[in-house]
Design a protein around this ligand. Sequence first.
Ligand code: BGC
Ligand code: MN
Length: 354
Amino acid sequence: MIRCKMSLKSRMTKCRRHLRSVLLFIYFSLLGFALFNYKSHCVYTMPDALLQMSQIGHSSEGKCKINIAELDEVKVDIFSEPSEKEIQAINPEVKKGGVYSPKKCQAWQKVAIIIPYRDRYHFLMILLNRLLPMLQRQQLNFRIFVVEQAGDKQFNRGKLMNVGYLEALKFDKFDCFVFQDADLLPETDKNLYMCDPHARHLASAINEMRYHVMYYNYAGGVIALNRENYHRINGYSNSYWGWGNEDDDFSARILESGLLLTRPPEHIGRYKMVRHKKQTRSDHGNEMFLGWRSRWMTDGLSDPDGMNYTRLQLEELPLYTHVKVDIGDPPAQMRLGNPDELVSLWWFLKFYFP
Ligand code: BGC
Ligand code: MN
């Protein structure tokens, strides 16, 4: 009997010791995870904060009062097929070129919406049908640019953004640039299409990504930067042809230049993606990205060769300003970057770690 009690006691001690090591293991795992995953430059801010920031140092006399509480969630229909005429009819105040400015007050920022585009007319109509009323309710002064890549070579999203930025500046001295994919529809008017002093990633919750960012450094979909910041980070890289990584390269530039990546909280940064076949990553995508650091300063707005393009068409259509460009062909040799200056595998893993 006594022997049995002793063994029970020693078993309990052993069990307790075991439990302690399990708890310690969990504790250190969580600590390790948190340290590995720590991204101090990614922050969530409310649209109100965004408004306050743009008001610092400016007089609010005559400026529009935007009441976020009055802006609503909207049922977005990804299967609708609105025609250009129908969209025109419900947006009588929108002028030729996709231009609007509030009548009774002065908008805080002049915003250029840049939509890189090819072959997706149907998506474009669904998007304009959603954006035009929303941007008016947000009382913005805006112009919509649809930047179309001519030809059938691989799509170059980054270069189209840079072209859009330069072409927009020929129209007006815009304060803020919103780079918007054609297949993403904002689900609430509360998601202000304005810039803060950082880089504002507006698509913080896409339905196809289960309404979360896949990884904190994700900067794709829809992102807003002011004129100075876009220039400061040298725009997008011109070197990514085909799908993937150009937005990661852009995010790395934001991170490296010390800007925050700000986002609306997930209940505001909601987007629905119009259904389409998922594209596959270009062969060079990840390899190119490993060399982003050595290319950064010379690959972007500042690169006369990379920025070489011909404007084929410029027309102010009823709903948008159409800019069609020949951006050339992908080079025979990709600009992979200096092999001595590739980022480490550790950096790469940390970048994509959720
Ligand atoms: C790609 C990005 C893309 C993201 C989400 C990443 O792996 O590199 O370009 O936006 O996945 O689809
Ligand atoms: Mn897409």
